[in-house]
Design a protein around this ligand. Sequence first.
Ligand code: ZN
Length: 236
Amino acid sequence: MTELLFRDDGYLRSCSARVTHADERGVRLDRTVFYPMGGGQQGDTGVLRLASGRAITIIDTIKGAAADEVDHVPAPGAVLPVPGEELVAEIDWDRRHRLMRMHTCLHLLCSVVPGAVTGGQVADDRGRLDFDVPGSSLDKEVIASRLNALIAEGHPVGPRWITDEELAAQPDLVRTMSVKPPSGTGRVRLMEIAGIDLQPCGGTHVRNTAEIGPVAVTKIENKGRQNRRVILAFAE
Ligand SMILES: [Zn+2]
């Protein structure tokens, strides 16, 4: 099991850690700042810096077989560290920050577009959500201007924890049908943008919507009778 430091502080760029396991699938650490691909958000990239000065490039981060297990995927051909070795795990912060900005923006998109969310994906230059809405009721420019207004208003973004029982009693909190909130640990983390969006989410977010910066709706795709895909990109 890996201590997931990004869960409490998405702004941590590096941490010291000890290797617990390493094979071609990935390097496992006792703690990490690397976010593993999940909930539609891409896994982090970065480096593992060994005491010897050697750096191992990490090209992706994925979930391991067990809960809270993280595999740091090394570049092909990398010489693996050995269990017990101490190192510094450092993410590609510029890329992660773009992922956090786009991910947070998708929460705003949830509040702007009515209808259930059936899927989504966050990359560092674009993001998308699929909505279960009929017809051609969605307008690119209207959505973009509402999003940019919410961004510019500078709303705080923060976690709120509730118990499994509280979540079960309020199933309407779950906006994203394709991503089941993690449960079974007794409590669930909700991300809250006060008065705008509240939903279970294990991803990484910026602290304030102003940090997202201007965005554009690049496309609204028709993915079936009831399915509209809204695609966003940074405007600058
Ligand atoms: Zn989120």
